[in-house]
Every structure is written in structure tokens, then in C-alpha cells.
Design a protein around this ligand. Structure first.
Ligand code: AHR
Length: 476
């Protein structure tokens, strides 16, 4: 399931989702221009409220009359949090954009008690202290939140309330226990490694799973990439690293499964992935304790879009185990969608919006296994195939979609035989190419173009791929 992530951080919520004085604000203070932009991504799941933020957050601060909500220091991002946007607002906004929440509980400064109160507040129908408080606050029906994250990046020493794998494993187990006592139908995500390069990677998963194997449905993993070295070939090769990371986490899950003689399989939730580095130097210069500061506002260029496309293809290749894939994040903060506080355009789309929009809309249904014969180039640590591709079949629409990226600086002849599929027509074929790799999209000139050099006959698809191009071919 493609997903996204929005954290109470920077201008993600305030000036992103929520801005009551904006000309496009609706009756709830939500920006309609942003709602329309988010709908284009068609993400069924959005993780909230963090991120590092959640590890110091008291969810009760964000409920009840807005004029009585406290303004507090958010220690994760050294900002001021006014709590004008909280649980009810998020749930209402999710409905408006057509997504379900993946709700994270604070296992940094808080724990079992907070989690049981929160789930009683959200999912218990009525007649108890917390459920009746929800009703008084305007939500008669329970929210029935299905997917819950047990904390965030607890392996990182930057995390408020950072823990050892043993400490977190014990807490996650006990928290999962009480949450399931309140609502047995929930799905739980345990917090795995924050990056493949974490010193504890591997042992963290093993120790944690020893405690929570029977309690959780998913193990999370997070990964961000940068191009500080300004080396395109190495940068585009990061998808091979991403692939290896996923395979390693699957291997640890299955090793624990074998050791426990268990029949249960743990799936993965890649609940933060993206490129993140452009804004870091500016963020270090920001004054602390601002409301809605401009933080993590990476402006993405064309090479970033190519990597995002290739990471998305990698996720599809692991669709048998990666069941949740949340691009981090959604609006303004390392995001595909940006807003201007005033003036036009009020919303603008980053380069990475286009590949993500296409996978979230068209990589639906069944991921198809393929045999590939592709030459590779040598990067520092990996052999990187010049083209990356994957196909999905959506039985509801009877549509087969091929996603293919050309990472070489030359044109490439692409050919695919679709065994057992009877395709006759092209629904749409697009390419995203021709831009300088450092071009960003503030001027909104980047567009998907028609891929016309394509033929389909006898269940064979052939296309002439432009150098450095992201291509999507929809067939029926
Ligand atoms: O997405 C930005 C931050 O990256 C999140 O708050 C944290 O979970 C990760 O380190």
C-alpha cells in the first residue's frame, strides 16, 4: 500500500494542511488547494503525528476547545507547537483527502498508559471516560483507527526517550498488549532501524523481534539518501542499497521466525523513504522556538525525481513483504507538495511529485515477477543496472502498467514480453526526461510528456527510452 507521512514539523501542518486565514481555507481551516493537491497523489494511508515529534508529544494537548489548548515547546524540532491542529483535525482532514491514518503513539517520554488511553479515546464506542470525551469533542462515532505505530526511530540517540533494543522491545511488547486488549482488530508496526547504516542495525531487529514477534504485524524501516558527493551515477545507484536493506530486514525477520518455530510472517513497513539533504545546512541556521518555521524544505531537482522513481520500483519488487511504503513527507517538509503562505501559485509541485503520483495511482493490484537481462555499470559499492523496471497488474481495471527508468545518459531500446497477458492497447504512455539534472521546479515547467516511441504487438512492448528518463506505460 502506497502511503505518505505528515509530521507536526515546520510548515507541514501549519501553512500546509491548516491555515484558517488563507483564501482557500474551508470551514475547518483546511487549505482546499492543498486538499486538491493531496488527492492527486491518491494515498490511502498517512502516518501522523511523527516522526521525532511524537516522542515528546502529549496527544491530549491537541483535543478540546482550541482556545484552551496549550502552546508548548516541541523539543524534537526546537519549535513552538500551538496545538491548534490535533487528533480530531487530522481525522477530519484524512476523510477529506480520502486517506486512513497510521497513528503513532509516544514511546519516548510516555508509554503504556498513554497508548491505552489514546486507543480507548479513538476506537472504543462510548460509555467510558475517554470515549465519552471524544464524543463531547464532536466525534460521536469511534475513529476506528486500524494501523498504529509503536513509537518512532527508538534506535536513534537523537530521539527523545531513545532506548536500547531490549528496553524498547519490552515497552513495545507491553504497549501492544494493552492496545490489543482495548481493540483486538488493530495492526501494529514496531519501530525498526532508522537507517541501514545504524550501528545497531541487525541486532536491533533481532532483539526487538524476540520481544514483539507475536504482537506486531509489521517491522518498520526508514531510509533517506543524499547526493553530497554530487555524483549522479553513485546517487542513482542508491536503489541497489535500498534493495539490499529491504532484503536484509526480511532475512532477520525470517531468521527470528525460524528460531521461534513460528508460522507467522512479519511484513515490513517502509514508513519513511525519500531524498533528504538539500535543506540541512539552512536548517542548522534557523532560530529556535519559532511557530511553523521553514524546516526541511528541500527543493528537489530532476536527479532526485529519478532516484525517487527508482526507489519506488525497488519497493514494488519487494511487494511480497513490504506492505506499507510511506514517502516522507507530504507537504512542505521534504515533500512532493509545497505551499506559498500568500500569493500565487499557492501550491506547487516538486519534481518528485510526478514519479510518486504515478506509482501511487497506477502501481496497484499485483506486482508481477519478471526476468530481466540488463547490463550494469560499476558504482563504488554496487553493480547498478542501467534500467530499472517493474510491472503491476490491476485486475479491477484490467490494466497492466510498466514502470521503467533509464539511468544511462544514452537512449535505450527497451523490450518486454508479457507472458500470459493479452494486451492490445495503450491506455497512456508517458516519459519524464530532458531536464538538467539539477533543475528544480519552482517555475512549474516540469511536465510528464507523451512517450510516443512505443509499439505493442504479440504481447511484446518495445520502446525507445530517452536518456535519464522515467517512463510509465499503461496497457490493457
Ligand atoms: O521525516 C523527518 C524525520 O526523519 C522524522 O521526524 C524522523 O522519524 C526521521 O529521522
Amino acid at each position: 500500500m502506497w502511503g505518505s507521512f505528515t509530521e507536526q514539523l515546520g510548515r507541514s501542518v501549519y501553512e500546509g494542511i491548516y491555515q484558517p486565514d488563507h483564501p482557500t481555507a474551508d470551514e475547518d481551516g483546511f487549505r482546499k488547494d492543498v486538499i486538491e493537491a493531496v488527492k492527486k497523489l491518491n494515498v490511502p494511508l498517512i502516518r501522523y503525528p511523527g516522526g521525532n515529534f511524537v516522542s515528546g508529544y502529549n496527544w491530549e494537548d491537541g483535543i478540546g476547545p482550541k482556545d484552551q489548548r496549550p502552546t508548548k515547546l516541541d523539543l524534537a524540532w526546537r519549535s513552538k507547537e500551538t496545538n491548534q491542529f490535533g487528533l480530531h483535525e487530522f481525522m477530519k482532514w484524512c476523510q477529506k483527502v480520502g486517506a486512513k491514518p497510521d497513528m503513532a503513539v509516544n514511546l519516548g517520554t510516555r508509554g503504556i498508559d498513554e497508548a491505552r488511553n489514546l486507543i480507548e479515546y479513538c476506537n472504543y464506542p462510548k460509555g467510558t471516560y475517554w470515549s465519552d470525551m471524544r464524543r463531547q469533542n464532536g466525534a460521536e462515532k469511534p475513529f476506528n483507527i486500524k494501523v498504529w505505530s509503536l513509537g518512532n526511530e527508538m534506535d536513534g540517540d537523537w530521539q527523545i526517550g531513545h532506548k536500547t533494543a531490549y528496553e524498547y522491545g519490552r515497552l513495545a511488547h507491553e504497549t501492544a498488549k494493552v492496545m490489543r486488549l482495548v481493540d483486538p482488530d488493530i495492526e501494529l508496526v514496531a519501530s525498526g532501524s532508522s537507517l541501514r547504516t545504524m550501528p545497531t542495525f541487525g541486532t536491533w531487529e533481532e532483539t526487538l523481534l524476540d520481544h514483539v514477534y507475536d504482537d506486531v504485524d509489521y517491522l518498520s524501516l526508514h531510509q533517506y539518501y543524499d547526493n553530497y558527493d554530487d555524483n549522479l551515477a553513485e546517487f542513482l545507484g542508491k536503489s541497489v542499497d535500498f534493495d539490499g536493506f529491504i532484503s536484509d530486514v526480511v532475512a532477520v525477520c525470517d531468521a527470528v521466525k525460524a528460531r521461534r518455530h513460528s508460522n507467522k510472517r512479519i511484513n515490513l513497513s517502509m514508513d519513511e523513504w525519500n531524498v533528504w539533504y538539500h535543506s540541512k545546512a539552512d536548517d542548522d541556521k534557523q532560530a529556535p522556538w519559532q511557530e511553523a518555521p521553514h524546516l526541511l524544505e528541500d527543493h528537489y531537482n530532476f536527479e532526485d525525481a529519478l532516484l525517487v522513481g527508482s526507489l519506488a520500483i525497488t519497493l514494488m519488487k519487494h511487494a511480497d513483504r513490504v506492505k506499507i511504503g510511506c514517502l516522507a513527507q507530504l507537504i512542505n517538509v521534504i515533500a512532493p507538495i509545497m505551499t506559498n503562505t500568500t500569493g500565487e501559485p499557492s501550491v506547487w509541485y516538486q519534481s518528485i511529485f510526478y514519479p510518486f503520483m504515478q506509482v501511487s495511482n497506477f502501481a496497484q493490484g499485483i506486482a508481477l515477477k519478471s526476468q530481466q537481462d540488463v547490463p550494469a555499470y560499476k558504482a563504488k559499492d554496487y553493480d547498478v543496472p542501467y534500467t530499472d523496471s517493474m510491472a503491476t497488474f490491476n485486475p479491477d481495471k484490467d490494466e497492466l502498467t510498466i514502470f521503467v527508468e533509464n539511468k544511462s545518459k544514452e537512449k535505450v531500446e527497451f523490450e518486454s514480453t508479457l507472458a500470459n497477458f493479452d494486451v492490445t492497447g495503450i491506455v497512456e504512455a508517458t516519459q519524464f526526461c530532458g531536464y538538467d539534472i539539477k533543475k528544480t521546479n519552482e517555475d512549474q515547467s516540469m511536465k510528464l510528456q507523451t512517450l510516443s516511441s512505443i509499439t505493442v504487438s504479440d504481447n511484446k512492448v518495445s520502446a525507445n527510452l530517452e536518456p535519464l528518463s522515467w517512463n510509465v506505460i499503461r496497457l490493457n
